[in-house]
Write a protein that binds this ligand. Structure first.
Ligand code: SF4
Ligand code: SF4
Length: 595
């Protein structure tokens, strides 16, 4: 068993020693292991690598310790780990772990990867490959090496020639963890090409006279093939990479998922360049190689799939409006249920899209129960208006929000990104940017001139700067959200709260209270902190005026004022700001029925 970390690694050479070559793509539970080895500010890729490599061996060779976590990269019987010095972080991983690897009797190799594929670089790399070969010469099987190299070349050529069904979705950037990859594959039903650091290896030649070459000549050719792959973003000349992307675009590429790593700036440069150069939609997905959370990730992927769907691309049934069948001719009402983490909102529209009723309840412990209660109350309202309670066959329900997958009675589900966009546009036709501060997340959704979602940004995994953050601060100040919204307008002293992390901000608020600052001043500082974070999300998304703010937080006048100041533009606030998602879902229910 051998472990390698990127496509420039000599995989075929390692396999020719009789080892299985494995990329450490398993996500870790946390970085407790890594933090014990290295400074916590190092990138998540390096930490994940450390966590997995530092994991004690299952065969008891590590002083009889038991494994601290399940390790899928073969701690048991791992003979060799080959790193490529992509950047300083990997160098630090190598320096940190070297003594430990020596103790474990694991060969630990760092290949010095050149930055280009010039002849001298190939010679330099070939010499390192020869050293590697010499270290394990008794295991070396030259015929197997030639077979594997030839097979890799063939696979890439076959892939390139498969014009029909050539990739509609490309994944670029850093290598993707197993669970994230699984989610990507199950979230999109279109042909996909993985061009990340850990994706398909693009070795494009095999020497015809390979059998007759000396070992030195053979390894030089192999080094040329390795370095001649589709260049990664670290290489000096990325021309061939740019050309392949342009080729894919001209062949019908529908979208790109760009994977970046937390605490790494490397990939962001290429991301920005791609967004500026190509016309296809790009979703930036940052991960930290821990087990991906379900809610936000599925919303991001689902919303991206839906935005591609707007452009006539196929997507899987998971996020596509699903219809449970039945005769729809008697359908009179279309109900959208936005099952959020804090509240559940429902809205009903008629066949013309007019809003008939709306209702909000607390979500509580069970999303399905809250949604069912909301649905019943909507039916009550319709009954009050029409004198007749609608039967199940007379309405269609579309679910959205975090709880959308858990409402068994819904006829379909859409992400809150699509629903907020449609709902907001139905309330304010001119809107180009929707800002929604929800209970657990904040989102900025950009719309093109046709009302399609052109880009969106969501806050990170934590609740910093969201409605939950404000709730916690209100709790600290011993008031409710309505009271919080009524302060902060008449401030005198311009205080600053430097963090929107709930824990840090709470201690700052406590200090300000202790210092006897006026409530208006403290709450103004909180509003300013949330507004600044939200405005930076707007800039990141490329949001343009006219702006609209949705979600219950839009009722907080102090915050709205601060956000308007940060954006330098007015915000449109509807009378029912928290209903945008539910209204959008109801309108999608209507569309689903009409399809
Ligand atoms: S950026 Fe290049 S060198 Fe670094 S891991 Fe990715 S493929 Fe390897
Ligand atoms: S390129 Fe970025 S993600 Fe990869 S090891 Fe270096 S700092 Fe970490």
């Amino acid at each position: 068993m051998t472990t390698y970390i990127c496509k420039y690694s000599p995989v075929e050479l390692l396999q020719a020693f009789g080892w299985e070559a494995v990329m450490p793509n398993e996500e870790v539970g946390d970085f407790a292991e890594a933090d014990a080895w290295i400074h916590s500010s190092v990138c998540s890729h390096a930490k994940q690598l450390l966590s997995l490599l530092a994991c004690p061996r299952e065969d008891g060779a590590d002083q009889g310790e038991s494994p601290s976590q399940a390790c899928g990269i073969g701690c048991k019987g791992r003979q060799c780990v080959v790193l490529t010095n992509c950047c300083d972080s990997i160098r630090r991983v190598f320096d940190t772990l070297r003594p430990e690897m020596e103790k474990r009797n694991t060969a630990f190799v760092m290949l010095d990867l050149p930055h280009n594929n010039s002849e001298s670089s190939a010679e330099w790399y070939a010499r390192q490959l020869m050293k590697l070969l010499d270290s394990f010469r008794p295991l070396w099987d030259r015929d197997r090496f030639l077979f594997l190299w030839h097979r890799t070349v063939q696979r890439w050529m076959e892939y390139k020639e498969r014009k029909n069904g050539f990739a509609q979705l490309a994944i670029l950037g850093a290598r993707v963890g197993d669970q994230l990859k699984e989610k990507l594959e199950s979230g999109f039903s279109m042909p996909m090409v993985d061009l990340t650091c850990g994706g398909c290896r693009t070795l494009s030649f095999f020497p015809e006279d390979a059998q007759t070459l000396t070992e030195e000549e053979l390894l030089l050719e192999y080094a040329r093939a390795l370095l001649g792959q589709l260049p990664c973003t670290r290489m000096e000349d990325t021309g061939p990479r740019d050309a392949l992307l342009s080729e894919l675009e001209s062949q019908g590429l529908k979208g790109i998922i760009y994977h970046t790593v937390r605490f790494c700036d490397y990939y962001s440069f290429e991301y920005t360049q791609i967004v500026n150069r190509l016309k296809v939609p790009v979703l930036k997905l940052e991960s930290d190689y821990t087990i991906p959370g379900r809610g936000q990730l599925s919303t991001r992927l689902g919303a991206f799939a839906e935005s591609l769907s707007d452009r006539n691309t196929s997507l899987t049934g998971q996020e596509k409006g699903r219809d449970t069948g039945g005769n729809m001719s008697g359908c009179l009402y279309y109900i959208g249920i936005d099952s959020g983490s804090t509240t559940t909102n429902a809205a009903a529209v008629d066949g013309q899209g007019n809003i008939l009723a709306s209702r909000t309840v607390r979500t509580g412990a069970r999303a399905a129960d809250a949604a069912q209660g909301c649905l019943e109350e909507i039916c009550d309202r319709i009954e009050e208006k029409t004198g007749k309670r609608p039967e199940a066959s007379q309405f269609r329900v579309m679910a959205t929000g975090y709880g959308r997958s858990y409402l068994p009675f819904a006829n379909g589900q859409k992400t809150e990104i699509s629903c907020h966009a449609l709902g907001a546009r139905s309330l304010y036709a001119r809107v180009r940017t929707v800002i929604d501060i929800g209970g657990q997340d904040s989102k900025v959704i950009c719309l093109d001139e046709n009302g399609h979602v052109s880009n969106f940004v969501m806050n990170d995994k934590c609740a910093a700067g969201t409605g939950r953050f404000l709730e916690m601060m209100a709790h600290t100040l011993q008031m409710d959200m309505d009271q919080l919204g009524s302060y902060g307008h008449k401030w005198n002293k311009d205080l600053t709260i430097s963090s929107v992390c709930t824990v840090f901000a709470e201690s700052e608020v406590v200090s300000l209270i202790a210092e006897n600052h006026a409530l208006d001043d403290i709450i103004h500082a909180l509003n300013k902190a949330v507004a600044t974070k939200t405005a930076s999300m707007v800039r990141r998304a490329g949001g343009e005026a006219p702006f609209m703010m949705t979600g219950g937080v839009a009722r907080n006048k102090g915050l709205v004022k601060e956000l308007e100041r940060c954006l330098g533009e007015p915000l449109y606030i509807d009378d029912m700001p928290d209903m945008a998602g539910a209204i959008g879902a109801a309108l999608f229910a209507k569309e689903l029925t009409e399809e």
